[in-house]
Design a protein around this ligand. Structure first.
Ligand code: SF4
Ligand code: SF4
Length: 550
């Protein structure tokens, strides 16, 4: 038994304020697990929202679990120490419900690792009445739960605020029933998918964000971003064709300014940087007024992301005043043709004016996000990324100079996007695209290219569009390395998942989920991409995709 884990948890807890400890007294024990390190999980607003939602119920006690730091984890494995909760250092297997929030595919392996450490059986079909009900929510559970279906007893499809209260009601009502019956009852709840009792599931969404103000609940300095997070909006109506979040969390919804101002006032006592969270912060209609309000309170601020076409000088200036040193812009592509393919809706002028705002406000380091290997792309489009970078460099040099960092990553086709039918680009092409870019830009000392490994992107792509066969392997993989070995040992044809052209009428593993729009709608968008046609963003009274009537 390693004491180190317990000590680490206690020392972290001492640095926190706002955590909740209930005397159990009949409350159902819910383990809220984030499949990554504490500092990453605590920067995830979803964890704070669910933590508060569950603990406000009179019948539930929710405690947090995170992946231990690498060194502690190795000690725990050696000494067979069980994974403990943050709040009361209780073992994971003592909880009645274990709920994971899964945001990224590489974290699937951390789910397996945490269940192993918590001495909870990894496979759903091996659990008995003595084991917890293990559920998953978050973006990955919503867009394709099947690659995780051998692990989880149930999935929350959509937004937790709407589904979890009903989930907990059923858990309370059925707590004395056999496990099988509990799962059957859960499968009857709207928005819950139980692999043992498969059915069509409709994604659930919160219609009025003001009903649930969302902000950091627990304060600590030990996070990736030491900020007080406030969610301004949810969903996005921009229709970028590569973006899973844009499709799965439609429609766009804003919190009213009054509610946000009240949240800022609540945050004042912590005197921390305010982090505005949401899909595209600059799209928030009263963003300037909100920034002004925050700055008047003498609080620094930061934003999760902004769009180059809606960013205002006031917003950039507010970020600069708050100490922002690097402006992040996501052109995604370099050519006009590809801008039409992805339907991002920003022009080169927008990119330049965002950078100009940055320079005017004193921010001279620019980070640019690009993708390579998108559908309908060729090497000329990659050249266009280099050309755009050079034009930006010229602008930068003429205005006193700064550093340009390009984050260039392989495009991963995701379920519920128009590119769900598209093959991932060949490794050879991706390699040469990167080589081409590096070659064109290497002589400039103040231009840096960073990129994730192609193999790791391929694994993410296999998981994103994975099926039951992949789920069998995921359930045995507590690391990406192990998963790669299993792919090899089981003679899995990776190209079946990665590089196959899919027909319109192919039935996908995730087709049983109703997102509110039809498959035909997505396919028409794919055709529009092929024809380089733009699609307009969401607008008032629009009925185009069906989500607003859903
Ligand atoms: S603006 Fe585009 S990329 Fe950004 S969240 Fe919206 S749909 Fe996704
Ligand atoms: S129906 Fe129109 S406004 Fe509503 S989500 Fe779909 S495209 Fe957007």
């Amino acid at each position: 038994m390693s004491r180190k884990h317990e000590e680490e948890l206690k020392s972290r807890l001492e640095k926190e304020s706002g955590y909740i400890v209930h005397q159990f007294g009949g409350r159902m024990k819910f383990a809220l697990a984030y499949p990554n390190f504490y500092r990453v999980g605590m920067s995830n607003l979803g964890i704070h929202i669910i933590y508060e939602l569950l603990n406000l119920r009179g019948d539930t006690s929710c405690e947090r679990f995170f992946l231990p730091e690498m060194k502690t984890l190795a000690d725990m494995e050696k000494s067979n120490t069980t994974l403990l909760s943050m709040e009361t250092q209780m073992p994971l297997n003592k909880f009645e419900v274990v709920g994971f929030s899964v945001s990224f595919e590489p974290d699937y392996f951390n789910v397996v690792k945490m269940l192993q450490l918590g001495k909870v059986k990894v496979r759903a079909d091996e659990r008995t009445k003595f084991d917890p009900i293990v559920i998953a929510g978050g973006p990955c559970a919503t867009f394709n739960p099947i690659p995780l279906s051998k692990i989880f007893d149930a999935f929350v499809i959509g937004e937790g605020e709407v589904i979890l209260p009903k989930f907990m009601d059923v858990m309370q009502e059925t707590k004395n029933l056999p496990r099988e019956k509990i799962l059957e009852k859960l499968s009857e709840v709207e928005g819950i998918f139980v692999p043992k009792f498969p059915k069509k599931v409709s994604r659930q969404w919160l219609k009025n964000l003001d009903d649930f103000p969302a902000h950091s609940v627990i304060q600590t300095s030990d996070t990736e971003f030491n900020m007080y997070l406030i969610e301004t909006a949810r969903g996005c109506g921009r229709h970028c064709r590569f973006c899973m979040a844009g499709y799965c969390f439609r429609k766009p919804r804003n919190r009213s300014l009054g509610v946000l101002k009240a949240e800022v006032e609540d945050a004042e006592k912590f005197q921390k940087k305010i982090g505005l969270a949401g899909a595209a912060i600059s799209d928030y209609p009263q963003i300037n007024e909100l920034c002004k309000f925050i700055l008047e309170k003498n609080l620094p601020m930061s934003v999760a992301s902004f769009r180059a076409d809606s960013v205002t000088f006031e917003l950039v200036q507010a970020l600069a005043k708050s100490g922002l040193k690097t402006l992040t812009v996501a052109p995604e592509v370099g050519s006009e043709k590809m801008r039409k393919v992805i339907n991002k809706g920003i022009t080169e002028e927008n990119i330049f004016s965002a950078v100009e705002f940055g320079f005017k406000a004193g921010i001279k380091n620019i980070k640019l996000y690009f993708m390579i290997g998108l559908p309908f792309e060729d090497m000329e489009d990659v050249d266009a990324i280099a050309d755009l970078t050079l034009r930006l460099k010229k602008f930068s040099d003429e205005n006193g100079g700064g550093k340009l960092t390009l984050s260039v990553n392989p495009f991963i086709p995701k379920p519920f996007t128009p590119f769900q039918w598209s093959p991932m680009a060949e490794k050879k092409y991706l390699d040469s695209a990167l080589k081409n870019l590096r070659g064109k830009l290497k002589k400039f000392r103040d231009v840096e290219i960073i990129s994730e490994s192609i193999k790791s992107a391929e694994i993410q792509a296999i998981l994103a569009r994975g099926d039951e066969k992949i789920s069998e392997l995921v359930a045995k993989s507590d690391s990406m390395k192990k998963f790669k070995e299993l792919l090899r040992e089981n003679n899995i044809d990776e190209n079946f998942y990665l590089r196959r052209e899919r027909n319109f009428d192919e039935i996908f593993a995730w087709d049983f989920i109703n997102m509110g729009f039809s498959k035909k709608y997505l396919f028409d968008e794919l055709k529009r991409a092929e024809d380089f046609k733009n699609t307009a963003p969401c607008f008032e009274n629009c009925k185009r995709c069906g989500v607003c009537d859903f």
